[in-house]
Design a protein around this ligand. Structure first.
Ligand code: SF4
Length: 921
């Protein structure tokens, strides 16, 4: 077979002006080259960006297809009616002024997002903390890394990530804790895999209750019980001490608290440690030995650590091991938290959490309050922590907060106990929502909706997980009346009377002010210092190269051509102490070993739900959900569960199931596999009411938080599961998006865009005949029956319909059965692009089968080249391919972004085994 015939993206990028910018999805912060030509956007990796050196994952590569103007919010709206910006901003200013006058500054709140650019973040934070005088501003970053922030501050005195990506290239042991890096931060994962290929001695350990796709390529997977991490790392600390691995010199010079931390750690160790953790004893010993004997150890962690009732303690238990061994701030070693969002780190720097001031100043530090207020010359300054995300929406519910402004986030889907959040917003007197899309569930609760600029239109900076600030540049004209977020906030602030302080015209003005604040009375006392950027001209700002902070007069510019991989010189912290604590020493923290598991399990709720992301989706799908190539990977909301649990609960593979918790319920598709340990299930958090009837996973999550970081525990929820006893099932293909959202009497539907049209899976307690009646409405979609020609097929089980328009083009196809509809989805999803001008073609359509020369692709594995799992398995079982590379050579799969290579690897291992077994037989 030939390599797939595909357009050269590099060639296309040369046709239009190419702009260097940064991917808007995850905290890896990959550089991209973008060009726009008459609405056609081309994206490739930026070969000289230090974060990715030209690589992109499937989401980054599909960015060009996410520019869909039909889903954009184009004009401000008040109570659903279009207005101009003047009217909308005047209304906001008047409402916020009135509310504050009547109820004080604590009666307003701002819920912002790691999708904002630093310049947006800076202006809104300045407005709220300096001019409104409250700290009631929190970022949705609270949901992804607040525990790391608090853990860093406890240990280092500052929220500093000590290392950098370059450490991956010299580390000899990489420990991934609570991180499905292969799907959530694919470019970092691929860098590790490239290192592993080059240096086979590099060892990878994955610590995760489920055997994620990342764990498949690890040398060792420790499937610990949920929330067992503090116990595990306390035990590791104890082991390192017993085996004389502590760096006594480093501890003497730079660390305090070691004795107490060790005492606490030793108390948690017992002879049945492995059993308490749920890990085989030899695996535990192997892990301890690997860490003990490998000085160049990196511990990378993300949401599995942070999103926990004891997330901060987990972070400190990890950091303790690095401090005790002096493995920090040197090449190839250190603790490393990876952020979820593209500018979560920028929000931390700028102070957009309710618990901090700008530029790494502390809210509870009077000197810092004075510094920031004097720099801003503001009439007020927040003096105590504001309400963090969950508490803010509780305050909306209780009526304390009477006006809230939500920017670039979708809390009705993404916050825990999401139904309660929706109810709180419904009762709130004044809700402002700044949005890019008109398809956000939160928008339904807005009194005022503001259209803001999207990726490609925005202009500013973001900071990635390794403290690298990069420009996100504009390469497309804003659509409709979309404006920058910083502009909308400045406009409202000015209308409230603060004219001079918010007289911003360009992002460069904001960035240089921010840089000046970072330097203000700093003198090395605060880690975050970008004073070298304080005097940038507009042109210099425009041309700003990606750089790691600190960037001061002493360290003014990136040093070029230092290493072949990045071309830059990596900046690390703490190899020689100099922590930002009062005595300059790091603090090891004595942490309790929380009991693994979940005490909320009961007969009613016997299973633990773990939530997370999938490879090709982003947050609540407002951008990625409308891209067929990304939806092809997983087209429906699903839950993964172990076959033993499925047996107990009477569930078969691909059944629709009802999951319940004390706070909500969802309908999703069951996927049986052995990745989930018995007693635990996993469901992705992406689906919203825009794509499924009831699949908002965060409606299931109770609002338990870490007491120190206030970060919600989203990975350890007690739930029940049962098979949904449907009487009818349907599979519907339509040319237009079916408007099923108001259809309350169909329990399960999930729709997904396909290359031409939409596919929808349906299950209902209605009879087949009653379901037909319901669905015809969506099929006709406003057309008269005389406009469509219908053909159908009926036997005592099956009903099949197809409709053609007057041009003889297929308009819709509907398959119904009392049992799940069995037909090839890849065949069916290509129907709307085919011609049915012969009797034979139409009869094949009614037969529900592809022609024999069109074998089923199966579920899409490679989004770049649209290669399905059945297609790959055929090449393996036929003996054509025995390796991942061979599959890539034959089908192209895995040869572009590489995000699917792990999944191909799994298929090769699984089906090569089948082959071997057959030949042995
Ligand atoms: Fe974007 Fe993927 Fe890079 Fe993350 S890893 S920044 S999603 S291209």
């Amino acid at each position: 077979m030939q390599q797939p015939n595909r357009p050269s993206m590099a060639d296309r990028a040369q046709e239009a002006p190419v702009i260097r910018t940064t991917c808007p999805y995850c905290g890896v912060g990959c550089g991209v080259l973008a060009s726009e030509d008459d609405g056609d956007v081309t994206i490739i990796g930026d070969p000289v960006h230090p974060a990715n050196a030209g690589k992109l994952c499937s989401k980054g590569l599909a960015l060009g297809s996410t520019f869909q103007d039909e889903h954009r919010l184009l004009q401000p709206r008040v109570d659903g009616k279009p207005v101009d910006w003047d009217k909308a901003t005047t209304l906001i200013a008047r409402n916020f002024l009135d509310t504050i006058e009547q109820h004080g500054p604590e009666s307003v709140g701002f819920y912002v997002s790691g999708q904002l650019l630093t310049e947006d973040y800076y202006v809104v934070n300045k407005f709220v903390k300096g001019w409104l005088g409250t700290a009631n501003i929190d970022s949705n970053s609270r949901l992804c890394m607040a525990s790391s922030v608090v853990g860093h501050k406890r240990a280092f005195g500052s929220d500093t990530v000590p290392g950098c990506y370059e450490d991956l290239d010299s580390a000899e042991l990489i420990v991934l804790v609570g991180s499905n890096l292969a799907w959530c931060h694919p470019v970092i994962y691929q860098r590790i895999m490239a290192n592993k290929a080059e240096r086979p001695k590099l060892k990878i350990v994955v610590i995760d209750p489920r055997r994620s796709i990342t764990a498949d390529s690890a040398d060792l997977h420790l499937g610990i019980k949920p929330d067992g991490d503090t116990l595990l790392f306390n035990a590791l600390l104890n082991y390192l001490h017993e085996h004389v691995n502590f760096d006594e010199q480093y501890i003497d010079k730079y660390v305090s608290g070691c004795t107490k931390a060790l005492l606490k750690a030793s108390q948690s160790v017992s002879h049945d440690l492995a059993e308490r953790l749920g890990i085989p004893e030899p695996d535990l010993k192997r892990f301890f030995d690997l860490v003990a004997t490998t000085p160049k150890t990196m511990t990378i962690y993300s949401q599995g650590v942070n999103q926990s009732r004891n997330g901060t303690d987990k972070v400190n238990a990890i950091i303790n091991c690095h401090l005790a061994t002096g493995r920090i701030g040197k090449p190839g070693m250190g603790p490393f938290s990876i952020t979820g969002q593209p500018n979560a780190m920028g929000g931390r720097e700028v102070g957009a959490l309710a618990t901090m001031l700008a530029c790494h100043r502390d809210l509870d530090n009077e000197h810092h309050q004075s510094q920031v207020q004097r720099f801003w010359q503001s009439p007020a300054i927040a003096k105590k922590s504001g309400l963090s995300a969950i508490d803010m929406f509780r305050a909306v519910e209780s009526g304390q907060i009477k006006a809230i402004w939500i920017m670039a986030t979708n809390p009705v889907d993404s916050l825990p106990d999401a139904n309660r959040v929706a109810q709180a917003l419904a009762a709130c007197p004044f809700v402002v929502v700044s949005e890019v899309t008109n398809k956000s569930d939160t928008l339904a609760y807005a009194n005022v909706a503001l259209p803001v600029q999207a990726f490609g239109e925005k202009d500013g900076t973001v900071t990635n997980s390794e403290r690298r600030i990069s420009r996100q540049r504009r390469f497309a004209e804003p659509v409709g009346q979309a404006r920058p977020d910083w502009w909308a906030v400045s406009r409202v602030a000015q209308l409230m009377g603060h004219v001079d302080a918010f007289d911003y015209h360009r992002p460069a003005e904001i960035f240089t002010e921010y840089a000046r604040l970072s330097a203000f009375e700093n003198n090395g006392s605060i880690d975050f210092d970008i004073s070298a950027c304080a005097q940038l001209s507009d042109d210099e700002y425009e041309a700003l190269e990606p750089f790691q902070w600190p960037r001061t007069e002493a360290r003014p510019a990136p040093i070029k051509a230092n290493t072949a991989k990045t071309g830059q010189h990596a900046i690390r912290f703490f190899a020689k102490g100099k922590y930002y604590t009062p005595d300059g020493r790091a603090r090891m923290i004595a942490v309790d070993s929380a009991s693994p598991g979940n005490s909320q399990l009961s007969d009613h709720y016997p299973l633990l739900l773990n939530t997370g992301r999938i490879r090709d989706q982003w947050h609540t799908m407002t951008r990625t959900g409308y891209t067929p190539r990304l939806m092809g990977h997983r087209a429906e909301p699903f839950v993964e569960l172990n076959a033993s649990d499925a047996l107990i609960h009477g569930i078969n593979d691909a059944d629709i199931v009802l999951i319940k918790s004390p706070t909500g319920q969802v309908f999703v598709r069951a996927m049986l596999n052995d990745r989930q340990p018995p007693g635990q299930v996993f469901a992705p958090m992406h689906w919203s009411d825009q794509f499924a009837s009831q699949a908002r996973i965060d409606t299931l999550i109770e609002s338990t938080s870490d007491p120190l970081s206030r970060q919600p525990a989203s990975k350890n929820q007690a739930v029940s599961i049962q098979r949904f006893a449907a009487n009818s099932f349907a599979f519907l293909i339509t040319r237009n998006e079916p408007q099923l959202r108001d259809c309350r009497n169909i329990e399960y539907w999930a729709m997904s865009p396909i290359e031409v049209g939409w596919r929808t899976e349906i299950a209902s307690t209605l009879s087949v005949n009653d379901l037909i009646v319901q669905l015809l409405h969506f099929v006709y979609d406003g057309k008269r029956s005389s406009e469509l020609q219908q053909i159908d097929y009926c036997d005592h089980h099956t009903r099949r319909f197809a409709w053609f328009n007057r041009q003889e083009k297929l308009h819709a196809v509907l398959f119904l059965e009392p049992l799940p509809v069995e037909l090839s989805r890849t065949w069916a999803t290509e129907l709307l692009s085919k011609r049915f001008d012969t009797k034979y073609g139409r009869s094949r359509l009614m037969a529900g089968r592809a022609a024999s020369d069109q074998p089923d692709k199966g579920a899409i594995v490679c989004s770049c080249f649209h290669v399905g799992d059945k297609e790959i398995v055929r090449t393996i079982t036929s003996g054509e391919c025995t390796t991942t590379d061979a599959v890539g050579h034959l089908l192209g799969a895995g040869t572009n972004c590489g995000s699917c290579r792990n999944e191909i690897e799994v298929l090769v291992k699984l089906h090569s085994k089948d082959m071997n077994a057959q030949s042995a037989y």
